[in-house]
Ligand binder design. Structure first.
Ligand SMILES: Cc1cc2nc3c(=O)[nH]c(=O)nc-3n(C[C@H](O)[C@H](O)[C@H](O)COP(=O)(O)OP(=O)(O)OC[C@H]3O[C@@H](n4cnc5c(N)ncnc54)[C@H](O)[C@@H]3O)c2cc1C
Ligand code: FES
Length: 284
């Protein structure tokens, strides 16, 4: 059984910068001990609301970038979409504010041993952890094609440095305000075939991941996904984040996506709604 990421620490960080980029906030945090153990795909859990907070649950954010040795010390960067009370509080925090953070948490994207052709596919802020991954893959000699989609241009996350890292970038928006009008899946199949993609990494809403997986499966392309299940604790205690996953022994178990994920082999996830009948313990 997998346990909490062994490299995780809980530490106090300081916001170095909080800038609005389109619909998101790009927050840079100086914090010791997290970047040192972080790998692309890991996430952090942040206490929100301050010391008097009535919000006991930490909020989960993918690590966009991290650097153990920068001119500001050890830093972690996140991209925050304001959705409820916790993320709204976070986006209001100014330079110099203190944050209490646990991380790095969760699994990371597996890196192929050989230089192959890969695609990174991001929906909305789901693109954030994929650019650090792209850099690692490029350093391995992989060709990396990116496909980034969102409802509208303000929700496209495609930073300039990220664009420079990849071999090509295709953008889709549902309203046509940037890139090609439509959804990621409208252009995905052509992109995969043209670039002879051998492995896909994707991160975004579950509906997008499922649609991408159907295409990957039909074309027999390996697919690593990063899921975004609701996570109340992020450290394996509460079981709110369970998903049905088939193990190497063929048995389907409800596993915690905060410690057995968020990065999961798309082949192993059972994509149907609810608890599949064959799940271990389903009829107890
Ligand atoms: C792996 C992962 C990576 C993520 N990365 C990002 C990112 O990079 N950027 C970003 O903006 N967002 C990200 N999110 C989403 C982000 O965690 C949520 O948007 C955030 O928790 C919203 O908090 P809130 O207080 O604003 O919203 P609210 O809706 O007010 O509160 C959400 C809180 O309720 C809890 N909750 C929700 N559903 C349940 C449930 N069924 N049972 C128990 N508790 C529940 C959540 O865990 C959270 O603590 C990520 C989520 C995951 C799981
Ligand atoms: S979020 Fe609590 S067990 Fe996964």
């Amino acid at each position: 059984m997998i346990s909490i990421n062994q490299r995780a620490v809980t530490s106090e960080g300081k916001i170095l910068s909080n800038r609005k980029i389109g619909a998101y906030h790009h927050i840079i945090i100086e914090i010791e001990g997290i970047a040192e153990g972080a790998k692309p795909g890991n996430f952090i859990a942040i206490s929100v609301g301050g010391v008097e907070s009535n919000m006991p649950l930490r909020r989960i954010f993918a690590i966009y970038r991290s650097k153990a040795q920068s001119k500001y010390g050890s830093i972690v960067e996140i991209i925050v979409a304001e959705s409820g009370k916790g993320s709204a509080w976070l986006t209001r925090q100014i330079e110099g504010s203190t944050l209490y953070i646990t991380g790095p948490l969760g699994t990371s994207f597996p890196i192929p041993a050989d230089p192959i052709n890969v695609a990174i596919i991001g929906g909305g802020y789901g693109a954030a952890p994929l650019f650090d991954l792209a850099e690692t893959l490029k350093n391995k000699g992989c060709r990396v094609d990116a496909l980034i989609g969102a409802a509208t241009s303000a929700k496209i996350f495609a930073p300039l440095e990220g664009k420079r890292t990849v071999n090509s970038i295709t953008i889709t928006t549902e309203d046509g305000s940037a890139g090609k009008k439509g959804r990621i899946t409208d252009v995905l199949e052509d992109l995969l075939k043209e670039n002879q993609i051998e492995l896909i990494y994707s991160c975004g809403p579950m509906g997008m991941l499922k649609a991408v997986h159907e295409i990957a499966e039909r074309l027999s392309i390996a697919h690593q996904i990063s899921v975004e299940e609701s996570m109340a604790c992020g450290i394996g205690i509460c079981m709110t984040c369970v998903l049905p996953i088939r193990g190497d022994d063929g048995i389907v178990r409800m596993l915690r996506s905060c410690i057995d994920g968020p990065v999961i082999d798309g082949e192993k996830l059972i994509w149907s709604e609810g608890i599949p009948p064959e799940t271990l313990g389903r009829h107890l």
